[in-house]
Design a protein around this ligand. Structure first.
Ligand code: PAF
Length: 283
């Protein structure tokens, strides 16, 4: 397994491969790898010639200093997990000075409002930080395909927009949400939950599934109010938002329209851990 710490070393390795027409797959991560990440890596390994997994905890996408400080950094363990999949995977774990060329700041992007709702509303500057680092990683790796999980569905839509603007030949491969046995969406943050809360967090997906079945017959406001009520009655979890939105514009809806795909998006605090999840409601 080769670990690159600088863009220069990575590029020296990848350049001759690119020139030979090798198909490069990129899986960007912030490390603390779990089965959800590994399913993306497996997909990339099966569908491309060379896979680069980036491991970088990106400071510019954190609106909360404590959250950044608490973010697990487990490079050694991550590498061991990747080795089980394939010794040929390339790991890119740059320093922040290297990847940002010394100036660790976000650029500002135009995403037609996709970045202003939900996560964008509650985590100011988050998506400028995500788009900045993803753009830098695309530039460092120049992949043919890049793999992103649907757990961060809003992020996925924003990255598709970034790709349409800056990386026209890059193919984005969306990957389904992987869940723990009790339905909790896999996330590095789950490790920070106490065992009883992690178990009780099945409540989040259970509520989303019921919202989905209600959405067949009830309007969006009724479903949204019902979800809010469920969380108001549950002392273990604090709802930050639940929103039903058109998957393309991410605009919250009042009235369903035929031919449009909708998802329900949720952010919840459990203990001091912020969890997000989402579910397709009519497809
Ligand atoms: O989804 C994540 O883990 C991060 O937002 C990403 C895409 C690796 C950028 O830091």
């Amino acid at each position: 397994m080769t670990i690159f710490k600088s863009k220069k070393d990575l590029n020296n390795h990848l350049k001759p491969l690119r020139n030979k027409g090798v198909i490069i797959g990129l899986v960007p991560t912030m490390g603390a790898l779990h089965q959800g990440h590994l399913s993306l890596v497996n997909k990339a390994v099966n569908n491309t010639d060379v896979v680069v997994v980036t491991i970088f905890v990106n400071p510019t996408q954190f609106d909360n200093k404590v959250d950044l400080e608490k973010y697990p950094q487990t490079l050694k363990e991550d590498v061991k997990l990747l080795q089980i999949i394939s010794e040929d995977i390339l790991v890119f774990a740059p320093t922040k000075e290297d990847i940002y060329d010394g100036e660790v700041v976000s650029k500002s992007f135009q995403f037609d409002g996709l970045d202003k709702v939900m996560e964008g509303e509650f985590r100011k500057g988050h998506f400028d930080g995500v788009a900045t680092i993803v753009d830098l990683l695309f530039d460092a790796v120049k992949p043919n395909k890049a793999y992103f999980g649907e757990k961060d569905f809003q992020q996925l839509q924003i990255i598709k927009k970034l790709v349409a603007q800056n990386w026209p030949t890059l193919e984005i491969i969306p990957c389904e949400i992987l869940r723990e046995e009790n339905g909790l969406a896999m996330s590095s943050r789950n490790e920070r939950l106490s065992a009883p809360t992690r178990k009780a967090a099945s409540f989040i997906y259970k509520t989303l599934k019921t919202a989905k079945s209600m959405f067949g017959t009830k309007n969006a406001i009724v479903v949204t109010d019902w979800v809010k009520q469920q969380f108001a009655e549950n002392e273990k979890f604090t709802l930050e938002y639940f929103q039903i939105a058109d998957i393309d514009t991410l605009t919250p809806i009042q009235q369903k329209q035929s031919g449009i795909k909708y998802r329900g998006f949720i952010a919840v605090f459990a203990e001091d851990v912020r969890l997000i999840d989402n579910i397709a409601l009519n497809y």
